[in-house]
Design a protein around this ligand. Sequence first.
Ligand code: SF4
Length: 541
Amino acid sequence: MFKLTDKIRKDQRGYRENYNKMSEGKISFDEFKPYASSMGVYAQREAGTFMIRPRILSGIVSVMQLKKISEISKKFSYGKIHLTTRQDVQFHKLNIEDTPEIFDEMLKVDLINKGAGGNSVRNVSCSPLSGVDRNEVFDVTQHSESVTEHLLGLDNICTLPRKYKIAFSNSKTDTARATVSDLGFVAKLVDGKRGFEVYGAGGLGGSPSVSIKLSEFISEQEILYYVKAMMDLFDAEGDRINRNKARIRFIRYRLGDEEFIKLFNSYLDAVKEKYDLRINIKPDMELSESPHIYGGKDKRVEEQKNRGSYSLFVHPVNGDIMADDLDNIIRYAENLDYEIDFRLTGTQGICIRNVRGNDVEGLLEIIRPFTREYVVENSVACTGAANCRIGLCNTNGLIEDLKETLESIDEGTGVKLPRIFVSGCKNSCGWHHIGGIGFAGRALKGEKGSVPAYTVYFNGKVVAGESRLAESYGVIPARNISAFLKSLFKSFSVSGYEFEEFISGNRALIDELVYEYSKLDRIDKDKLYFDFGFESEFLKK
Ligand code: SF4
């Protein structure tokens, strides 16, 4: 695991100094705010409440850190931990006065915040199964960590025009979403030599795009040149005036793909000439095997490449795990006479790795009460209007409302359905643009006011070389979505197709269903203008 330097520790301690300046009136709250954002501290929707997002480096988290996360959540955040789509965690509903103490507590176990928000290089994503994956090209963990180490040593990672997201995937399956990132690396072998296919200038949110390919193959030692070149290009060419057009992909839109690649290559040449950034590659981690084979078929369990070892995917509803549930997992891990390890996933879950076959059932017993088996039930949803200040719709409320529909799916259909991605607005923090099924919050106009609704998306895909954005099929009021999905899944279950084929081969049927469930008169009048869980009318809260 990556070791913190004195500089990074000093940066973490700097939060208390800056907070004190603000609380003593030496700087205003507005002056403190951009710094706080860059350290992952944000005001939440409920007045006077705040969120802290520590940076969980590449999603790798130790038992000691998990214990501290649980402890902090119980003391300051009602015992609930939110797992994010960038392999981080968030503590919600905090008092601002408690934030310096939380920072101190986190540092005790090497949890840090630099660049966890604001206009920074964000957490470097890494495939959560990297190192144990049966289908990986090679383990990309050390590459992801080298990039983090390099970035955290720089002074300017928090003063970019906007956020800069980097990802490492251990195979074409692209579980870190390298092909829809500002800069993405996908592991590849050429003539037995390890390296990466490099993608860039993609991303979700406003004007989303799949990344373009920047290089067919680079050696694994060269990655930092690409990281630095893209950062320098962004720093110099990014839009610092219009925040909505500030991400790297907008430079590409402005120049066109060909010119963008030329420009990138000129920055790359300059970096290569000026710096020596080749990384030293360490031998891959050795994995032990076990004679204990898990004979069950639970979909949360993934067989690893080392015989007799398994990874378990823990996906709590809405990515919210209760500290007590986390404690039960930790206790189980601590009572084992061998080490298991933990990675946070980009789908708001925890991956428990290197579990021996004879311990799988014991862990399943712990996680079954708060997780579900099928991918379709393990939706990804941003925090939405319940917490986010700019969110429109209450994503968590929608997921709750879908529960009955999802639980009623029969096994044959359940295994074939894709994950559902939900964003509370068009910003795509819930990744709706890449989902097999996606929803993005918006408002519809009703006779007497605004109606909470979602744009419906289908057939997004993330696989290196095949990634594509989902297509929009229309708008459905939030209160009709559960019934819409029920009808959709019913038609799908008798179609005999895979889901992707079913959607693309039945446009007329899907359009008809969307039209049918777009009707406002299907909703009780007393619920029409209210989002799930809100007592005030939609957009009047
Ligand atoms: S997608 Fe919208 S509602 Fe969801 S977290 Fe992002 S900005 Fe907030």
